[in-house]
Design a binder for this molecule. Structure first.
Ligand code: NAI
Length: 399
């Protein structure tokens, strides 16, 4: 793909404006289109203040900053996309609306322009099916905030032409991002493999395993266990930050798209929080309370026993590794890309498959088998790949 292409971005919201900043910083003429004038105005003034801050911090010099700003054109006229070699759509997460946007785009752009979607949860194949040329449609999934998060998942749909994913991968690598290629399956890599971080932690909380002798509910304890293991944030503070409403919707969508596989079943605890509008930081209350936007830590003077802490960590980790192993077994991505995705997309301290090797895959499998035999729930079924590897005497995923 020509490195000089003009890049189009549909939607100037949180993601679209971030993606435009990334493309312009990489030197592309960039066209941002939105139907909402206010959104365009806001995106333009945000870009100007972000660039001013970066200049103040010395990350850009004044010329670079001015040049980036000059490269971005904000418009409410879709025909401005005509010179584009790539258009990335980042509008509302609704299949019909996206399909309509893609068919509108096809009337404007040239025959060889690549059309991409930043969707987190819709199938690329279903978006492409509305197009006259589905072979040019692909997923390019950035993480929020796009200028800061290095990971980009590239998702060819089943009609996407051979080789396009590799071409896009090279382009995105040139934007100083870390691209990985994922199969068009629910949640792609990150939003699938990360589910147990939240789901299993909520389950442990619901069971009262982490409750303190003082009668304090244990979500803060689970958070501290996960932080001690190297995660930047515990699952509950992270859900509060993402928004319990958004996190719940992602979980429910992945679960439904997997035909209600119990592995991904949402939790009632989270559903009730959403019903109570306890979304987390943005609403002032979630699992934690927030005062002036800062999390108020519950006081604890009776720490949990080390053995219980170890059990909690092993349970969450084993479930995460199980999901990463299944993603590998079903060809969602290579083992290298699965590990890269979790470290670069959600800041995990280590790749999960590498982590499995360090713990020992036998130990991970045995933790899963114990859970499976205790609960007799399909949710805990061990990954076939993990079982096979242990049976065959393999040392690990990378060993
Ligand atoms: P947003 O709500 O902040 O922005 C969407 C923008 O699209 C709005 O400015 C709206 O006016 C505009 N828009 C809606 N319909 C349009 C149309 N037909 N034509 C042109 N403009 C239109 O949404 P956000 O958060 O930026 O998400 C956009 C997409 O990115 C969604 O598909 C979402 O699933 C995905 N995504 C979101 C992430 C996030 O953390 N917010 C992370 C990764 C992907």
């Amino acid at each position: 793909m020509d490195k000089k292409i003009t890049v189009g971005v549909v939607g100037s919201g949180a993601m679209g404006s971030g993606i435009a900043q990334v493309a312009a910083t990489a030197g592309h003429q960039t066209v941002v289109y939105d139907t909402n004038e206010n959104a365009l105005e806001k995106a333009k003034s945000n870009l100007s203040s972000v660039l001013a801050k970066l200049t103040e911090k010395g990350k850009l010099n004044l010329d670079e900053s001015k040049n980036i700003f000059r490269l971005v054109k904000f418009t409410n006229n879709i025909s401005e996309f005509s010179p584009c070699g790539l258009v990335i759509e980042a509008i509302v997460e609704n299949l019909e609306v996206k399909q309509k946007a893609f068919t509108d785009l096809e009337k404007i752009v040239s025959g060889d322009c690549v059309l991409a979607s930043n969707t987190s949860s819709l199938s690329i194949t279903s978006i492409a099916s509305a197009c006259a040329k589905p072979e040019r449609v692909i997923g390019i999934h950035f993480f929020n905030p796009a200028p800061l998060m290095p990971l980009v998942e590239i998702i060819p749909g089943i009609s996407t032409k051979q080789g396009l994913a590799e071409e896009i991968k090279q382009l995105i690598a040139g934007w100083k991002k870390v691209p990985v290629i994922a199969k068009d399956t629910p949640g792609f890599i990150v939003n699938r493999v990360a589910r147990p971080f939240y789901g299993e932690s909520i389950r442990i909380y619901e069971e009262g395993i982490a409750d303190l002798p003082a009668g304090q509910a244990g979500f803060a304890t689970i958070d501290s266990v996960m932080r001690e293991a190297g995660f930047k944030m515990g699952p509950f503070e992270l859900m509060d930050l993402i928004g319990n409403d958004i996190n719940y919707t992602v979980t429910e969508t992945v679960w439904k798209q997997f035909f209600c596989d119990p592995k991904y079943k949402p939790s009632l605890t989270q559903k009730r929080l959403v019903e109570a509008k306890q979304f987390g930081k943005k609403s002032g209350k979630g699992y934690y309370n927030y005062e002036n936007g800062s999390l108020v830590l519950p006081v604890s003077d009776s720490p949990l026993q080390e053995t219980v802490k170890e059990k909690i960590l092993m349970r969450v980790l084993a479930m995460l590794i199980n999901e990463a192993s299944d993603a590998l077994y079903y060809g969602v991505a290579t083992k290298e890309d699965i590990d890269l995705a979790m470290t670069k997309g959600v800041n995990y301290p280590k790749g999960l498959l590498k982590w499995a090797d360090e713990i020992g895959i036998e130990k991970v499998l045995s933790a899963l088998e114990k859970l499976y035999s205790t609960y007799q729930e399909d949710r805990y079924r061990p990954s076939v790949l993990l079982k096979k590897m242990v049976q065959e005497g393999k040392k690990g995923f990378f060993a």
